[in-house]
Design a protein around this ligand. Structure first.
Ligand code: 2HA
Ligand code: ZN
Length: 272
């Protein structure tokens, strides 16, 4: 099968274009990665080219050794993902030691993987372990309302989780663990990758102060649903704050009432 015709590549592209339509990807902003499953690797294996040199990832991800990933290119505009995929995305493989990668498809004319490759791979490693291999998607984007709130809300997980749960009843059901927050840090470096992946041990959502957000999930739809809910919650919160603030809300007891019917455990650290 042609690589660009496979369902997972098509869905990766449609996800990027939807994010662009939402205004979450100005210029080359944001990035995206997907850990391919065995069937997807088998589907494209005879079209991959194994003659590129191994390059340093910039961090260590031994639990991802020899796995295959579909990732956005650095510098690429999400806007162009559909019309020029061979310059905007590529398939890479991690080596046996988990310290190097090589390009097997796409990333033509010297393009390279996203500048946030260390953060993507470290997050994918952490969530793979936390979910026994279920989670495969990591998405980073720059939604204006979420970023705006990083200038106003205290930068701690409890504040963000509680406010974002309060804004829509479905939110605690969709992200019951809550939202982690990384303070302002230099992007593209190992330090921010380590800080984010520490949060991904607990949360599916990590805010990057004054920059954007990382979300993770099992598949493309659930990851999309998650970022969509978080950004919508942010929009409601801004409206509520602009209208003079919360006058009545969902109580902590109300939150606890959701647990049994929806079979979830809402992070008790944020419910007092
Ligand atoms: O341009 O968003 O964080 C990619 C980014 C870097
Ligand atoms: Zn960014």
């Amino acid at each position: 099968m042609e690589i660009l015709e496979t369902p997972f590549v098509k869905r990766f592209i449609s996800f990027c274009l939807e994010g662009y339509q939402r205004g979450w990807h100005e210029r080359n902003g944001g990035n995206f990665s997907y850990r391919m499953n065995d069937e997807e690797v088998a589907m494209v294996k005879d079209k991959l080219v194994y003659n590129e040199d191994w390059k340093e990832i910039g961090t260590e991800v031994p639990t991802l050794a020899e796995e295959y990933f579909l990732v956005k290119c650095t510098g690429a505009y999400m806007m162009n993902m559909g019309s020029d995929p061979k310059h905007c995305l590529g398939i890479i493989q991690v080596d046996k030691t988990g310290t190097k990668y090589r390009i097997l498809f796409g990333m033509e004319d010297g393009r390279r993987p996203t500048s946030e490759l260390p953060a993507h791979l470290m997050n994918l490693a952490v969530v793979k372990e936390r979910t026994n291999g279920k989670y495969r998607v990591v998405y980073h984007c720059h939604p204006a309302t979420i970023i705006a709130l990083t200038f106003v809300l205290p930068l701690d997980a409890k504040t963000w989780s509680h406010y974002f749960w309060e804004m829509m009843t479905e939110c605690p059901i969709i992200f019951p663990a809550g939202i982690g927050v990384v303070p302002w840090m230099v992007p593209g470096q190992k330090e921010i990758a380590v800080a984010t992946s520490e949060l991904m041990k607990k949360y599916d959502v990590a805010i990057w102060a004054h920059h954007g957000i990382f979300v993770t999930g099992e598949d493309f739809d659930s990851t999309w649903g998650l970022i969509d809910c978080v950004e919508k919650s942010a929009q409601i919160l801004v409206k509520v704050l602009a209208m003079g603030g919360i006058k009545q809300t969902i109580t902590n007891d109300n939150f606890r009432e959701l647990e049994k019917p929806f079979g979830i455990k809402i992070n008790p650290e944020f419910l007092d």
